[in-house]
Design a protein around this ligand. Sequence first.
Ligand code: MCA
Length: 500
Amino acid sequence: MNHLFDRLFATGGADAPAIVVGDETLTYAGLEAETAGWANALVAVGVGPGNRVAVQVEKSVAGLALYLAAVRAGAVFLPLNPAYTPTEVGYFLADAEPALFVCDPARREALAAIAGRARIETLGKEGEGSLAGLAAGSPAVFATLPRAAGDLAAICYTSGTTGRSKGAMLTHRALASNAATLKDLWRFTASDVLIHALPIYHVHGLFIATHVTLMAGAAMIFQPRFDAGTVLAAMPHATAMMGVPTFYTRLLDHPGLTREAVAGMRLFVSGSAPLLAQTHRAWTTRTGTEILERYGLTETGMNASHPYGGPRLPGSVGRALPGVSVRIVDDSGGAGLPPGETGIVQVKGPNVCAGYWRDEAKTAAAFTADGWFRTGDLGRLDDDAYLWLVGRSTDLIISGGLNVYPAEVEAAIDALPGVTESAVIGLPHPDFGEAVTAVVVGTPDLEAGAIATALESRLAGFKRPRRILFAAELPRNAMGKVTKAALRAAHATLYQPTDG
Ligand code: MCA
């Protein structure tokens, strides 16, 4: 048995729709056959059980089939944001040492230099490319390789507060158990149709949305990217959507969002970044439906969720999922704190990753001696066991649902000529929730435009500062540490719309 793949395809009827793109529908039997072709192609290029398959492609059904095929072939999938620069990709490939790297045909040459020993094959947005050709010419049957619950299915990279990115090792158990729990909690059945407008290079779109849908035997309307008008046009044909808060604020900005537009939708899920209580309330007022918020991490998948039937308290992320435990501990990491007291959030459960890829020190630092995972988030539990997140113990920025680590952006800026030092902070932003902002100290001839241009080849677009500010010096505390809270307070309204 393949612990994850077999469960994903256990419910969907052969002729039932699995994926709808435009006016084309792929049934469960069709999707299974598609993944077989891709799995045969993977084996043909030498991918074996346990090998890593790194993939940096635009969102497409073929890209999703490639992921499922990697699971079938017993490989370990490593999804990469198409926005990553060759330098960024180079780090992941060097660290994960994949047997195969799949990229867009247009980028093959640029990326060949950084692929190391990995074999390169291609897959384009329109289904073209070398691996796509191989998959299309391969048999549509494949004997799925057995995989145990504890085997790795994927490695997802997440940056650290200092230093380089770490690869969270996600097992078949972690992914399958999380999907099964959420399917039941959110009451997914074969009658559901999910609007899938999330990217498939991250946990939310690749695992949560896809696995929950497939495990339920439901269908998804697959959209290449989020566009409010396109999502609204799909709503009469759908029952559910999963999104990041930016989806909801952009939909609220669209005149087409009305009670009638959402009449057939039974569930709106938000996650990956905090949903402002005011957005939650504005949504309820406008549509008569309540957004269900849930809380997760790359390392753990989902940990907590608003109840389906009970109160969806705005500003809270609900209760620990069945089978998952959440506790709040004090700063010293010792005793669990009683309800009402704020501390560090720790989680435990089958959903938690097996540690970081080839990094025993970071793995050891991420877990307590008694096996709890340190989330890096600060929060409190109330008397009804609802979790309220109040901040982070790290200075992580979440922009439009994507994590940005200031240390990485600061290092790129500090390496530029004329820069003495920099501090990168997240400031409240109406569209992205938080916007990456740099405060730079350096020679008087430094210009924001030149810094922005220099960063283009080093950092993916979502990590690059929206605004670059200059200062004579950075505020510091008595220990000499830059006080980012002071910087955030000083520039809190930088992105707020001004009257008049
Ligand atoms: C794109 N850009 C961004 C972002 N996305 N800038 C800041 N933050 C972003 N998130 C920039 C691009 O670099 C580009 O800049 C410009 O915006 C337009 O790019 P485009 O791709 O057209 O943007 P968009 O389509 O408007 O995308 C915004 C988005 C998208 C819809 C919010 O980022 C998105 O789908 N985010 C979801 C990410 C996600 O799935 N997160 C889940 C992670 P320029 O013009 O300068 O080139 S999983 C997770 O967090 C955990 C486990 C969990 O709990 O789910």
